[in-house]
Every structure is written in structure tokens, then in C-alpha cells.
Design a protein around this ligand. Structure first.
Ligand code: UDP
Ligand code: MG
Length: 330
């Protein structure tokens, strides 16, 4: 038998979770019938939700033995949720998908077909369009991928998503990357392996709301650049060199002007311009340095990527204990 773990990071998804559970079990039951070698487990991650997501997990765990969950002590972000899921998944294959049904479970059988013969180590969907997204957002996304792929050796595929069907081997490779600043689009690509991209038309979220703001996405893309490229550091040195060259030229021009042409105008505006330009450049470059330093600072602290407060195991044990107590009381 082969076990497939379905990992689902959830943040405030109480409304959509029951629907998601219906949909995913429909597909997995069909798959168990089509591929008798497959067994499933569902690993839900509660990323510090403020609604009743955890209660929904408990109800699902009561109903279905295959449901496992981990509940964080606070919101750690989707990246941490995925890491916790991959780390605790027991399967020979691991699926990562969103709870909001934007990653249609109906893709799973096709994905499994690609991965099962060992030709591919991972099957994933790739958005063919950005329908249902604002123009500005699409434009920024396009630019991000363009810049990213120019300045980093790790290729980040435009439109690739966090909906993946992976082999155990690939999951273990991803877990080896235990960095604190996680940018999974880069991590998935950095580990290599044969990846099959399935084209997919974006579907809009029907229930609940997205937790990504434009600013959040912007910060996330900077995170990606910092995690997988050191080009900004090179840019800052380049700017330094450039300004040195410019000031050197200015010095020569001034010398020529005063000594040979014997001109001596007021130099104050020029001086002010130069001071502004150079101090601006310096601040810009120290800023870039500071960003990388802050990332290094966080990495060297070796903080945990997530903290679990409750798991299905604890919950089931507690329930068992209560049941035993009731029995002995009788
Ligand atoms: N998510 C999470 N932690 C967060 C934000 C989001 O676990 O801090 C989960 C969320 O519940 C969903 C998935 O990540 O299952 C994708 O989130 P969302 O749909 O908001 O993002 P989008 O589809 O707009 O990229
Ligand atoms: Mg979504």
C-alpha cells in the first residue's frame, strides 16, 4: 500500500472547510477505487485562525480517522504551515493544496498518473491566465518574475502554484532546507527534480476572502528576491563605483575650469547636489546591506519555524482519557 498525505494550510477557513472536505473525499474515494494501492491521510494545519477553524478540525477528526491536524500557537504564515505539513506528513506521496478550492481536487488523479511511474517526481498546476486579477497586480507579478529570473540562478516559473503532488524523495529534499525565511516558490524550484506542469485556468475563490493584500504580496516578492538572489548587493556596489566615477570626472572638470580656463563661479549649488546624491547613494546601499543582515540575523537565531499548540493526537488522547474516566465513574 502507498500512503498519500494531503497537506492543507488553513487560516480563517471555517466556512470553506466542510465543502473542501466533501470535495476532496469524493476525489480520494474515487482514486482508492481506481488505484487500489492508494491510502489517504488528511493533514490540516491551523495557522492561528481567529475563527472556528480549529473546531471544524476537531469535528472532522471525530468523523474521520484519516484526518490529522496541527494547530499553531499563533499565525506563522502559509510558508510555515506548509513546512509543518511536509514535516509531519507520513505519506509516500505528499500533496500540498489550499483549502479555498482554488486548487481543484479533480487534478489529483492526473497528477498521480504522472508521478506514479517515477518519470516525474512532482506534478503541479500552472496558471495559464491571470483572469479575475486586477491589471496592476498582474503587471507587478509579470515584472517580478522577469526581474527574479534575470537576477537569480534559481528559475521561478511564472504562474506555478503551491498545488503539488510530490514523491517522498522530493519532500525530504525540501525539508533539508530548514531556513527561517521561507520562499517556497524558490525552494520547490531550487531542489530540482523532474516537474510536470499541468495547465490550469484560474478559478476565483467562492467562499471566504483572500488573506493576501497587495502590500503583503509586494513584501513577499521582495522576500523571494532576497532569499534567492544576492544581485541587490552587487547593485549597491555597482552604484558605489558609478558615483565614484562621476565624482572623479567632476573633480577633473573643476580642476580644468579653475586652472586652465580660470573660471570661478559659485560652487554652492554644485556642492549641495553632490552631497545629496552621494548621501542618497550611501543610504541606499547601507539599506540593502541592512536587509541582508537582518535576514542573516534571523537565520542565526535558529528560531523554530512554527510552534504547535494542539494536534489531533493530543485531542484524541484527551478524548479517550475523558471517556475512560466516565466509564470508571459509572
Ligand atoms: N493561509 C495560511 N496562513 C496565512 C495565510 C493563508 O495558512 O497566513 C492559507 C489559506 O488558508 C489558504 C492558502 O493559504 O488555504 C492560500 O491563501 P489565500 O487563498 O488567502 O491566498 P491566494 O489564493 O489569494 O493566493
Ligand atoms: Mg486562494
Amino acid at each position: 500500500m502507498k500512503l498519500v498525505s494531503v497537506v492543507v494550510p488553513c487560516y480563517n477557513e471555517e466556512e470553506v472547510l466542510p465543502v473542501f472536505y466533501e470535495e476532496i473525499t469524493k476525489v480520494t474515494d474515487q482514486m482508492s477505487a481506481d488505484f487500489p494501492e492508494l491510502e489517504f491521510e488528511f493533514l490540516f494545519i491551523n495557522d492561528g485562525s481567529k475563527d472556528k477553524t480549529l473546531e471544524v478540525f476537531r469535528t472532522l477528526a471525530d468523523r474521520d480517522k484519516r484526518v490529522r491536524y496541527i494547530s499553531f500557537s499563533r499565525n506563522f504564515g502559509k510558508e510555515s504551515g506548509m513546512y509543518a505539513g511536509l514535516k509531519n506528513a507520513k505519506g509516500d506521496y505528499v500533496v500540498v493544496m489550499d483549502a479555498d478550492l482554488q486548487h481543484p481536487p479533480s487534478f489529483l488523479p492526473e497528477m498521480y498518473r504522472y508521478v506514479k511511474d517515477g518519470e516525474y517526481d512532482c506534478a503541479t498546476t500552472r496558471r495559464t491566465n491571470r483572469k479575475g486579477e486586477s491589471k496592476i497586480r498582474s503587471w507587478f507579478a509579470m515584472k517580478f518574475y522577469k526581474i527574479m529570473n534575470k537576477i537569480s540562478q534559481t528559475e521561478i516559473v511564472d504562474g506555478a502554484q503551491d498545488f503539488r503532488f510530490m514523491t517522498r524523495q522530493m519532500v525530504d529534499a525540501i525539508l533539508e532546507m530548514s531556513e527561517y525565511n521561507r520562499f517556497s516558490k524558490g525552494i520547490f524550484s531550487w531542489v530540482g527534480f523532474n516537474v510536470k506542469y499541468l495547465p490550469y485556468e484560474n478559478v476565483e475563490r467562492t467562499i471566504g476572502t483572500t488573506s493576501w493584500s497587495f502590500w503583503g504580496l509586494f513584501k513577499y516578492s521582495l522576500e523571494g528576491i532576497m532569499a534567492f538572489s544576492t544581485a541587490p548587493l552587487a547593485i549597491s556596489s555597482l552604484l558605489g563605483v558609478l558615483s565614484c566615477v562621476i565624482s572623479f570626472i567632476l573633480i577633473i572638470i573643476t580642476i580644468i575650469k579653475t586652472l586652465i580656463l580660470e573660471e570661478s563661479g559659485s560652487g554652492i549649488p554644485t556642492v549641495i547636489c553632490i552631497i545629496f546624491m552621494l548621501s542618497g547613494l550611501q543610504l541606499f546601499c547601507t539599506g540593502i546591506l541592512g536587509q541582508y543582515l537582518s535576514k542573516t540575523y534571523l537565520e542565526t537565531k535558529h528560531r523554530p519555524i512554527y510552534i504547535a499548540k494542539e494536534t489531533d493526537e493530543l485531542y484524541r488522547k484527551k478524548k479517550q482519557k475523558n471517556a475512560n474516566k466516565e466509564n470508571s465513574d459509572k
